[in-house]
Design a protein around this ligand. Structure first.
Ligand code: B12
Length: 626
């Protein structure tokens, strides 16, 4: 038997809202379903001897004797010891803060770009308050393993000295976010960032969803993360622990109340269990201004007066050329700037360059985006009175009440099955192993839908999956879509998989292929080549369709083909997403297109769904299996 929670009818609360749902009295639930056997402690924690959270935290805290926040240009320039105090002062001064994301593979290029971006913006009257350093995903592996692991598109820092060069490259605060927390290298990267004077660290959100290729030890990953959190908590200078919700489960939840509930859960872990300061970030998938602003206002109620780190751009809006992408940029900046004016939460606004859907940006593109933001701060002022604040605050109140219930249900439900929810190690590991989908299905707020594949009726729907479904339906109505449906009369079985965390392209393919009538096999997210090959074999797939985004297309394909050869598997492979890589010895650290090389390897690169259709026609039209 399992517990299934049924949400109370949607209640709209007045501000100020104080979360009251500390017990479960306010939650109605009923007991049912037959797969409860799998929903037990043993499913998620089958190991007998797991590390204890308090021991790991003590280990981390002890390291604070050797590793304390060092000095940085930011501290010297502005006279604040940490970013929290700086942000609070900027809120007081009524400043909308600017965030720029950067990280070219070669550290000296990044140092140069940081200077160039900061100085040029200053000359043009715009000041960047903070840089977010986009570490390469191979930085997640322990240092001695990095050289042999595949690199992506971000910066590679060899030692603490290179972290230091970055915190001394400009007066803006330096935030080391991606590939810091949530990886086996969490402790060593955190030590280096602290010593370099960084006072916002991490991206705890990545702990929940990111997988390093070929690395499966989630116990080690979790233990190192908890130690690093203990080290941060024991700093004499307060340090913010940042989490980008969209890097974690917010990218896959269908309900924004689950996303807010996740923030409440993470805050419980970071603040109550670990004793550190939690700063939440969100934005990639929040494309509607109404829910985007409501989410910010809801977060302001759970922050205990601590400032947020940054608001990420609604980058999924970038689907076209630069001119089209500027519309997306202006749209979300307007919302974010007004939101900060109306209720300052200290989130710096992140103006993402319009080349975002091509590759990582260069310095000139980042400068353009920051200058655009500077103008938007001036122009947005006049739009504030046009907002329907009552409507926004109704949504914010619903997010808060249902988000709190989600968090309470998760903790209650896990306690019920014997998980020690006061132990940060156990709680983190179970949340990660359970995954976002199961978490939302079990503990989400909306009523269970009837259809077999669906989750729940979202209370405040997220836009991501609706937009993917709309794109799929639109395509199926096109000529290419109709041709695809015609082709699907041939019994073709397509295995779809991704090489990394990006799963929306795969979702789109799954939906289009299944609706067109093909047999679709799930090859998983962040799947290693050997796994894809064995799934293709087990399921008698006729085609493999891969979606890849992390700048590893060619290397991945070479490995996949080698695995296929070894397994004696000869199948056509389609590949789409971002087909680029940084060439060895590149002097720009920018990735370049590898489509031609992929063709030379014998696979079929596709830039879009029409491409998939064309290639499938080449492969199967006239097939004898019709
Ligand atoms: C959403 C997103 C994320 C989300 C992913 C959430 C999720 N669960 O999927 C989050 C926030 C987690 C994320 C994380 C990262 N991201 Co990201 N992300 C994006 C973003 C904004 C959208 C990509 C997307 O899903 N689009 C929706 C799909 C449906 O549309 P599409 O991409 O245009 O796809 C079309 C075709 O390509 C085709 N297609 C796709 N796959 C396939 C496959 C086949 C076979 C076929 C036929 C067609 C096909 O389908 C679509 C047809 O319209 C892009 C930027 C952008 N706007 O494109 C960056 C982007 C892909 N990310 C990028 C990076 C670097 C990262 C990170 C490494 C950043 C970091 N340092 O942490 C991490 C990844 C870490 C990891 N372990 O993998 C880079 C890649 C750079 C590059 N290769 O040059 C991009 C381009 C952003 C940038 N400019 O820096 N990201």
């Amino acid at each position: 038997m399992a517990l299934v929670f049924v949400s109370a009818p949607l209640v709209v609360f007045e501000f100020p809202y104080a979360p009251s749902c500390k017990s479960l009295d306010c939650i109605q639930f009923e007991v049912m379903t037959d797969n409860d056997a799998v929903f037990g402690r043993e499913t998620f924690l089958p190991e007998q001897d797991l590390p204890k959270g308090d021991v790991l935290l003590s280990d981390g805290r002890r390291m604070a004797g050797d590793w304390q926040v060092g000095s940085s240009t930011f501290q010297r320039e502005f006279g604040f010891k940490n970013e929290i105090d700086y942000k609070l002062a900027m809120i007081e001064a009524g400043r909308v803060m600017q965030h720029a994301h950067l990280g070219l593979r070669e550290p000296s290029l990044t140092v140069e770009a940081t200077k160039q971006v900061y100085d040029t913006c200053i000359k043009r009257g715009a000041r960047i308050d903070r840089f977010g350093m986009c570490l390469d995903w191979s930085m997640g592996y322990p240092r001695d393993q990095r050289k042999t692991r595949p690199g992506g598109t971000g910066i590679l820092l060899q030692d603490a000295e290179e972290f230091w060069r970055l915190t001394h490259s400009s007066p803006a605060a330096m935030h080391f976010g991606d590939f810091m927390l949530g990886f086996p290298a969490a402790v060593e990267n955190t030590c280096a960032a602290l010593a370099a004077g960084a006072t916002t660290i991490g991206n705890l959100g990545q702990y929940f969803t990111f997988r390093l290729p070929g690395y499966n030890d989630d116990v080690e990953t979790t233990a190192e993360t908890v130690k690093a959190l203990g080290l941060i908590a024991a700093q004499t200078v307060p340090v913010l622990i940042h989490s980008n919700l969209d890097d974690g489960y917010a990218a896959m939840f269908e309900d924004l109340t689950s996303a807010l509930g996740q923030a409440i859960l993470e805050k419980y872990i970071v603040t109550d269990l670990i004793g550190a300061s939690y700063a939440v970030c969100y934005g990639h998938h929040f494309t509607e201004p109404l829910t985007r602003i409501a989410f910010q206002r809801a977060l302001s109620k759970i922050s205990n007066g601590l400032p947020g780190s940054q608001i990420y751009g609604a980058t999924v809006l970038y689907k076209g050329n630069h001119a089209e992408n500027y519309a997306g940029l202006s749209s979300y900046l307007l919302a974010d700037v007004i939101a900060q004016r109306l209720r300052p939460t200290g989130h710096a606004v992140n103006s993402v360059p319009v080349s975002e859907n091509e590759r990582i940006p260069d310095a000139t593109e980042i400068i353009d985006a920051q200058l655009h933001l500077k103008r938007m701060v001036e122009l947005a002022e006049g739009y504030a009175p046009l907002l329907d604040l009552e409507k926004i605050d109704q949504i914010a109140a619903t997010l808060l009440i249902e988000g709190q219930r989600f968090a309470d249900r998760v903790l209650f439900g896990l306690n019920e099955i014997g998980v020690d929810t006061a132990d940060p190690f156990e709680l983190l590991l179970v949340l990660r192993r359970m995954g976002g989908r199961m978490l939302e299905q079990r503990f989400g707020g909306g009523l269970q839908k009837a259809e077999p594949t669906s989750l729940r009726q979202p209370v405040v729907p997220a836009t991501t999956y609706r937009e993917i479904q709309e794109e799929a339906d639109e395509f199926l109505k096109s000529d290419a879509g109709r041709e695809l449906a015609e082709l699907a009369k041939i019994p073709v079985r397509i295995l779809t998989a991704t090489t990394d965390v990006h799963e929306h392209g795969k979702k789109l393919l799954d939906s289009v292929f299944a609706k067109a009538g093909f047999d679709v096999v799930d090859g998983g997210i962040s799947s290693d080549p050997d796994h894809v090959v064995s799934l293709a074999q087990q399921n008698n797939a006729d085609v493999i369709a891969l979606s890849t985004y992390n700048g590893v297309a060619l290397r991945y394909i070479k490995q996949l083909l080698a695995e296929m050869e070894q397994a004696g598997l000869d199948l056509p492979v389609l590949i789409g997403g971002r087909l680029n890589e940084i060439p060895d010895g590149s002097n720009t650290s920018l990735p370049v297109d590898v489509s031609k090389k992929l063709v030379e390897c014998g696979v079929m690169p596709c830039t879009d769904l029409e491409g998939a259709c064309r290639n499938l026609q080449v492969l199967f039209r006239g097939s004898r299996r019709i």
